[in-house]
Design a binder for this molecule. Structure first.
Ligand code: ADP
Ligand code: MG
Length: 324
């Protein structure tokens, strides 16, 4: 199978009418996209590298799903609507079964969010997947990291920590095996391998929330990005942090590490004025997404965790850093 046959067989879908925003898809030197009148483009790019972001034996369909999910999640965190995406693919060899599994996972999620594949590049090399996603939003509505204001409520969609625990179980880590029930990995694996980007919530928040980002490298570390960009501090209340059933048997220090420093959650962390609580509730309802108020933004710099009793604990944001 040559390069062009590979693209045609696995990535070019001639049996489908592309959505209206795609003037020209795969096959020419460039794709042509038509954003809605008066909209801005929102563009994001994320790379997945074998051995770094996923194991070599990961189910190719899950990989196709995740490669697009992490990119869509960035659009959600900005409040954007997807228009399309490109796929740059380096493959050690052209294996038909692997490619069709990958394409199946990729296109299932793409179709769910009406985000068509419009182009890409294919080369031989160590397995590496790079997706660039294009979205649109109205000027002034983007949810920027720099927009948090003192007094804002701090919210989290869904819950954090399950992907971290799944990873620890997959790696056979002692603490994870010791404190989880049998079957936990079976339940948790999807949280690591098939994150669901919070697209509907992100768009519902676009005209209401102030700052937002998607939690990919740990809640505390990623919140640190909002605090830094906005020049504010924050207080989190431990009692308000949602805890998944599979995490409930973890000793407190491990539990907090999963909740605050885990990675791969792809939940939205955002701030909004207390006067907009009803609007946030409505956005959560409309998008059928669970949302928890976990703390607030403060003029006092730093990030504090308040426990049920005693002095608050200062948190040092330490999200994952590839070069630390
Ligand atoms: P060029 O020579 O301009 O780099 P290519 O020969 O790499 O073009 O690609 C031919 C067409 O196939 C282009 O429209 C390109 O966008 C598309 N394409 C290549 N690889 C992929 C891929 N992995 N997924 C989707 N489209 C692809
Ligand atoms: Mg090319």
């Amino acid at each position: 199978m040559g390069e062009f046959e590979l693209i045609q067989r696995h990535f070019q879908r001639s049996n489908q009418t592309p959505p209206g925003q795609v003037v020209l898809g795969i096959g020419d030197d460039c794709a042509l996209l038509q954003p809605s009148p008066g909209h801005q483009l929102a563009i994001s790019c994320d790379m997945l590298v074998e051995g770094r972001h996923f194991f070599a034996d990961t189910d190719p369909a899950a990989l196709g799903h995740k490669a697009l999910a992490v990119n869509l999640s960035d659009l959600a965190a900005m409040g954007a609507r997807p228009l399309g995406f490109t796929l740059a693919l380096a493959l050690p060899s052209a294996q038909d079964a692997w490619l069709s599994g990958f394409a199946q996972g990729l296109f299932a999620l793409a179709d769910l969010h009406a985000c068509p594949l419009v182009g890409g590049d294919t080369t031989r090399g160590p397995l590496n997947l790079c997706i660039t996603v294009f979205g649109e939003l109205l000027p002034g509505q983007a949810l920027r990291r720099s927009a948090a204001q003192p007094g804002d409520d701090l919210y989290l969609s869904g819950r954090t920590g399950e992907a971290r625990l799944a990873l620890a179980l997959l790696q056979g880590t002692d603490w994870a095996l010791q404190h989880t029930a049998p079957g936990a990995l079976h339940r948790l694996r999807g949280r690591l391998e098939r994150p669901e980007p919070r697209m509907a919530l992100g768009r519902a928040l676009a005209s209401v929330a102030h700052a937002a980002l998607d939690v990919s490298d740990g809640l505390a570390g990623d919140l640190g990005h909002i605090l830094h960009a906005s020049g504010v501090g924050a207080d989190i209340h431990q009692a308000l942090l949602p805890v998944a059933p599979d995490l409930q048997a973890l000793p407190e220090a491990l539990l907090l590490d999963c909740l605050l420093n885990g990675g791969d959650d792809y939940e939205l962390l955002f701030t909004a004025a207390p006067s907009d609580r009803a609007a946030i509730e409505a956005a959560a309802q409309r998008s059928q997404t669970p949302v928890h108020r976990i703390g607030q933004i403060s003029t006092t710099p730093g990030l504090r965790l308040h426990k049920a009793t005693g002095q608050p604990v200062m948190l040092t944001p330490r999200g994952f850093d590839h070069f630390a």
